[in-house]
Design a protein around this ligand. Sequence first.
Ligand SMILES: [Zn+2]
Length: 366
Amino acid sequence: MTTIRQLTAYLESIAPLAYQESYDNAGLIVGDPNTPITGVLVTLDTTEAVIDEAVARGCNLVVAHHPIVFRGLKKLNGKNYVERTVIKAIKNEVAIYASHTNLDNVAGGVNAKIAEKLGLQEVQILAPKAQTLSKLVVYTPDADLPAVLQAVYEAGAGRIGAYDHCSFRMGGTGTFRPLNGSNPVVGTVDRDETVQEQRLEVLLPTHLEGAIVAAMKQAHSYEVPAYDLYALTNSNQTVGSGAVGNLPAPMSGANWLMYLKETMQLPLIRHTALPDRPIRRIAVCGGAGSFLLADALRAGADAFVTADYKYHEFFDAEGRLIICDIGHYESEVCTKELIGGLLAKKFTTFAVILSGIDTNPVQYFT
Ligand SMILES: [Zn+2]
């Protein structure tokens, strides 16, 4: 049977926990990772009603976008909905896992799903993250090269955009002198050696550094392989906040709002003034996205679809683009489809069910 650990390892291969924001609390929030899974209920929010639904439908794991525990819990006596939900989950042996800002921050994540719903093309990350890439340079004897390459590729190195097995190599001469206490594969103690070596370079995600270096050392025949790790300042085009893409054809401002309302099934849109020009380039950010306005403008967006805009923040549009606040729940409810789709594609031994509960705490009186 599949364990919770196997499922979360798969989700984290797509949305690594290392990519969550510093304030976040994504990961396994309640439960034992070694538990075999009976069924998975996918939800945007975990509430008491969602735990009841999981129990009723034979699911012992809830996978949510929003972490039910966000700040520290100091007491657990049921005085608020967070504590009651956690207590109910523990009593009923239902585990809770959240894939939150880490799922927002990857190329195939929440914002890609919103972009797909809107039919956007040429989709890119709106604000690519820096400090997530490193470079490994390792010196190998010619004969070790294939095994070392294979090992670092398998551990996650050498991927750039839609390419894998990316590396650079250059031949040269390595020198060393084995000292007393060494056990050299090549050379003799106390004698200077020169060896024909390859300088091998691969790009890697910084959070996999430990695993990739370990794999390299395992495959390398030297007792002490020589290698360098460099922190890169390049921004990572596949990791970051928001997304931007183009509509297949330009629309008028009024038609765009109608299209947005219908596509995302919105009860209403709070928006800034419509410009006189056609709308083509669209920036999106599920949930609270006002921090990305400058990035949306820099990317040349005509409209910015997000949520949780405050009154004074709407002024910042200054007629340069249409801010479209579609509601937090409405912008992210498609996360259920996204996570459900990923799980159903990978696992077949248990049911993956999308929660039927509307957890939106905001209601509209129109
Ligand atoms: Zn959210």
